[in-house]
Design a binder for this molecule. Structure first.
Ligand code: NAI
Length: 332
């Protein structure tokens, strides 16, 4: 039986993966992230599986290759944590889970919007303290507000559909226009500066690339309406955190919902409750009443986990036969 090493294995996925595997492969689960300190754990494994914060940079891929790894199956859609050029040069084949549930992520983005807008976390804390006053809990109607969707791929298009249901005016920025959402939901495509200028809510659904890194920075925020809402469920590095903190302090950004964080590696997904927090930016973000942070959980629904597990086992099946895999990431 072929063996597979799983890095960054979370408790919530273990049983679902075992069920999808159905005895096909010998699964070796490591809770550690892949890093230069943990790479030796998978020595001798031809196939390994990684998650979003595993470090598959060039030097680590070289070690993996020397150790015998030839196939990597990602339990994620994004692959910005993998040096794809290096993998191609080494001949390591990489497959991903292109779409496990765009609904899960889109719905979480909207959950962040609504929780921030209607101050649900604050209201809940207050009521548990037997404080039933409403002062400071005023929200706004979503109906009639302008929402700017940056990236209208699988997730952004679903966000458009949901927000259309609220009665929002929808602006979008993407390299390619999605005619379906234009026709069905009245989405208007525009350039990014116009989206910044006109939106009351901006939600990010572009992938992290060299072109989108720090899309939200001092310069783009200078264009935005005062007190706008910013939501990031895509990748932390789309947002320059220091610039957003300054804008929150200046009350230019009115709400910030973040499921991802540029320094999340080693922080998110793990229990640090016994430690002293060393990251000053996240500490400052946590101090704002109008910031809501979740720990990269937008994907976390039972539907998504089942799809991730099924596709991961399917990708292992393709690779173990050295067969064509439509989920393989091929770069030129
Ligand atoms: P997708 O590939 O279907 O859509 C991405 C869209 O962004 C495409 O329409 C593309 O044309 C557009 N785009 C790419 N580069 C652009 C640029 N420079 N300027 C303008 N538009 C650009 O991807 P999908 O499935 O919608 O996912 C979006 C992102 O969501 C992923 O890349 C990933 O980073 C993030 N994600 C976050 C999860 C979470 O749990 N928080 C889970 C899954 C994905």
């Amino acid at each position: 039986m072929k063996k597979v090493a799983f890095y960054s294995l979370h408790k919530f996925e273990k049983a679902i993966l075992e069920n999808a595997n159905n005895g096909r492969y010998a699964l070796h689960f490591f809770e550690y992230r892949l890093s230069d300190e943990t790479v030796s754990l998978s020595a001798g494994f031809e196939m390994i599986s990684l998650f979003v914060n595993d470090d598959a940079s060039a030097s680590i891929l070289e070690i993996l290759y020397r150790q015998g790894t030839r196939f990597i199956v990602l339990r994620s859609a994004g692959y910005n944590n993998v040096d794809m050029k290096k993998a191609r040069d080494l001949g390591i084949r990489i497959a991903r889970v292109p779409a496990y549930s765009p609904y899960a992520v889109a719905e979480h983005a909207v959950a962040l919007m609504m929780a921030l807008n209607r101050k649900l976390i604050r209201a809940n804390h207050r009521i548990r303290d037997l404080n039933f006053s409403l002062d400071g809990l005023t929200g706004f109607d979503m109906h009639g507000k302008t929402a700017g969707i940056a990236g209208t791929g699988k997730i952004g298009a679903i966000v458009a559909r949901i927000l259309h249901g609220f009665g929002c005016r929808l602006l979008a920025y993407d390299k390619y226009e999605n005619t379906e959402i234009k026709e069905k939901y009245g989405v208007v495509y525009t350039d990014f500066p116009t989206l910044c200028r006109e939106s009351d809510i901006i939600t990010l659904h572009v992938p992290l690339t060299d072109g989108t890194k720090y899309l939200i920075n001092e310069k783009s925020m200078a264009l935005m309406k005062p007190h706008l809402m910013l939501i990031n469920t895509s990748r932390g590095l789309l947002v320059n955190t220091s610039d957003v903190i300054q804008a929150l302090k200046d009350q230019r950004v009115g709400y910030f919902g973040m499921d991802v964080y540029e320094e999340e590696e080693g922080l998110f997904f793990e229990d640090h409750s016994e430690e002293i927090l060393q990251d000053d930016n996240i500490a400052r973000l946590m101090s704002f009443q109008n910031v809501l942070i979740t720990s990269h959980q937008a994907f976390l629904t039972d539907t998504a986990l089942t799809n991730i597990a099924d596709t991961t086992v399917y990708n292992l099946d393709c690779f173990s036969k050295n067969a064509v895999c439509e989920n393989e990431i091929v770069i030129k």
